[in-house]
Design a protein around this ligand. Sequence first.
Ligand code: FE
Length: 320
Amino acid sequence: MSHAAISGDAARAEKGRPEQATAPSGGSEPHAVGSVGAAPPVVYGASERPPRGDYTRAGADYTCPQNYAAYTAADHDTYRRLYARQAALLPGLACDEFIAALPSLGASDHIPRFEDINQRLRQATGWEIVTVPGLIPEVPFFTLLANRKFPVTDWIRKPEEFDYIVEPDVFHDLFGHVPLLFNPIFADHMQEYGKGGLKAHGLGACEQLSRLYWYTVEFGLIQQKGGLRAYGAGILSSSGELQHAVQSPEPQRLPLDIERVMRTRYKIDSYQQTYFVINSFQELFDKTAPDFTSIYQRLQGLPDIATGARPAEEEEIVQH
Ligand code: FE
């Protein structure tokens, strides 16, 4: 993950999540806080800063218990205010599945206990959330996803970071990512992504795959009956980018094309200039189902596409 700074509340980081991820899920012992502790991720491309978060808390798979006792009244209040502001923005901008599932997070006026969410989530799709101290390296990340475990950072931003945070915190991870894990198709897609990540790692193609994550799971748009909507967590957890992504005439919006996405660089410190649009989660699942091995090979010979580049021959989706 890397990030230098992520836009808006957004972020899960740029290459972040994708490239970072966590580890060998060590099986079923997410709370194995070993005596050793996990090494902090060292993947940061764009940032010199060490990741925030105390990695001595984490086990070999980078998970740890949610440090619920550490939350102060001010932390709960920050969550409450972030949640209230963001929930009010969703109608007409967030996809139907997200809005329908949001109440499944439970509490909106304080940081929820992850275990409470898990009781509902396991039942809905067999997923569970696990706690991590912050961004994690890519192999552990992919491993967790491949086992239907989604890593959620437990700490929350400081009040002075209300509008802008450089690394994903509990608000971004929970509010942005977890509601769609209640959707069966999206949930299956996330597991396939984790498996695909482990494969990409072996093929040296994590950069390509992380772009796919960025432009779908973090910043994806979906065309629904009511019009264009957001399903990407980076958009849905950002007060500023939500309206920009869905309604502004400025950014380019293209139909999801796997190779175009994999060639397209992205910025983590500003609103996106390009968004990719799907028509259904089934389309996302189907377009990512083919074996990417030959795609990765082909792309090695092709140049990247710069952030915001708008080749004249490309048909953009015009939004009204
Ligand atoms: Fe994220």
